[in-house]
Design a protein around this ligand. Structure first.
Ligand code: ZN
Length: 218
């Protein structure tokens, strides 16, 4: 590998580290994930991943201390990765187009993840065109206790067909082609969950199946 290629990789990693810290801070400052909850990862062009460390608050990430993992999730450098790293690797394994994954404990999406009687195949109705275009379908993954490795299998089973999933009594996981794509899809999901709760028991008029299908494309 020549010098230019090496510096190219370094600058991509440096830019990405700064962007992860910036996005983390923005999400945290707007109250989208409290305390040290939530995690972010980006897949670099060489297949390795940068990921937020275990116990780190998204509001105060140090770009230099982010975890660097190889494509098989082996820890290469930086602080130890989040204990929820497997949520990210499930998305990357099943979705070749995924360049970033965001997982939050955002209040309204978590509240929706606790509702009984929702459609587990697609938790939120297609309330707006932007929700359908950015999120599409949102399957509910059954509750698993923290550390239960079966959660990885359950996410893995949905990841190929869905870039967004909602973990019951826990929170959403969203993959995107870029970190900004994943961030915006996550924000659309959280906003739609908020609208859904705001509407409550009122009769609602979501998009029709035809309208939603037209937005999802072929
Ligand atoms: Zn979590």
């Amino acid at each position: 590998m020549g010098f230019a290629a090496v510096t190219g990789v370094i600058s991509e990693a440096t830019r990405t580290r700064d962007l992860i810290a910036q996005v983390g801070r923005s999400l945290f400052d707007r109250g989208l994930t409290p305390g040290s909850s939530g995690n972010i990862s980006v897949r670099l062009s060489d297949g390795s991943m940068l990921m937020t460390p275990t116990g780190a608050s998204l509001g105060r990430l140090d770009p230099a201390r982010l975890s660097h993992l190889d494509a098989r999730c082996n820890h290469l450098s930086g602080d130890k990765p989040t204990k929820e790293a497997f949520l990210h690797s499930c998305m990357y394994c099943r979705r070749k187009d995924a360049g970033a994954v965001v997982h939050l404990h955002s209040t309204h999406a978590v509240a929706v993840s606790m509702l009984a009687g929702v459609d587990a195949a697609d938790v939120l109705p297609p309330l707006t065109a932007y929700y359908v275009m950015r999120v599409g379908r949102l399957p509910l993954i059954p509750y698993h206790a923290p550390g239960d490795r079966d959660l990885a299998l359950a996410v893995d089973a949905q990841a190929e067909r869905n870039h967004a999933v909602l973990l019951a009594n826990h929170g959403p996981v969203v993959a995107g082609a870029s970190l900004l794509d994943a961030q915006y899809a996550m924000e659309e999901l959280e906003e739609t969950a908020r609208l859904f709760l705001l509407l409550g028991d009122r009769l609602i008029r979501p998009l029709t199946p035809d309208q939603a299908d037209a937005l999802r494309g072929p």
